[in-house]
Design a protein around this ligand. Structure first.
Ligand code: SAM
Length: 158
């Protein structure tokens, strides 16, 4: 498989995972968190699918496409650990976290995602979801949509 085909497969899994998660949280209270704004593609997809939810965004940098810049009040610029701690102290409750802080280096990315897991868990309402390409700890791993092959994208429930 070429890298281009691999990228298409990853993006398809991501879109289907985000759509699935947005439908799953329909009956849950709580905001949404985009962990890793980057160019803003997945943030844009989330806000299109969840127009009535507040979507918090954490990133240490602002490099989003101009059409995908979150409202100032919802963008927490800084290192994820400090920003997650700030959300916890503010009492924010989340129904869905999309985690994408990885840089495509699996071992380093997994160390980061596992390390941040204990800071994500307290923010979630019971039954809240985390979806991620990188592994998290302390959540129940669940099956996602049938169209996404096992392990291509990871789905967790609090
Ligand atoms: C792969 S990009 C996110 C892609 C994005 N979801 C999109 O659809 O365009 C990862 C982002 O995570 C941010 N990031 C990585 N580690 C971070 C950390 N520890 N704290 C805050 N931001 C971090 C980077 O600045 C980068 O913008």
């Amino acid at each position: 498989m070429s890298r281009l085909e691999s990228m298409r497969r990853r993006l398809t899994a991501q879109i289907e995972g985000l759509n699935w998660a947005a439908a799953q949280i329909a009956n849950l209270q709580g905001d949404v968190l985009e962990l890793g704004l980057g160019n803003g593609r997945t943030y844009d997809h989330l806000r299109a699918g969840l127009p009535d939810r507040r979507i918090w965004v954490i990133d240490r940098e602002m490099n989003a496409h101009p059409s995908c810049v979150p409202p100032e009040a919802d963008f927490l610029q800084g290192d994820a650990d400090r920003m997650l701690d700030r959300m916890a102290r503010a009492g924010t409750r989340l129904s869905l976290v999309h985690y994408e802080l990885g840089i495509g280096v699996p071992e380093a990315d997994a160390v980061k995602s596992r390390g941040l897991s204990p800071l994500i868990a307290p923010l979630l309402v019971p039954g809240g979801l985390v979806i991620s390409q990188d592994p998290l700890e302390g959540f129940e791993r669940i099956a996602g949509p049938e169209t996404v092959a096992d392990g291509r994208y990871l789905f967790y429930r609090a």
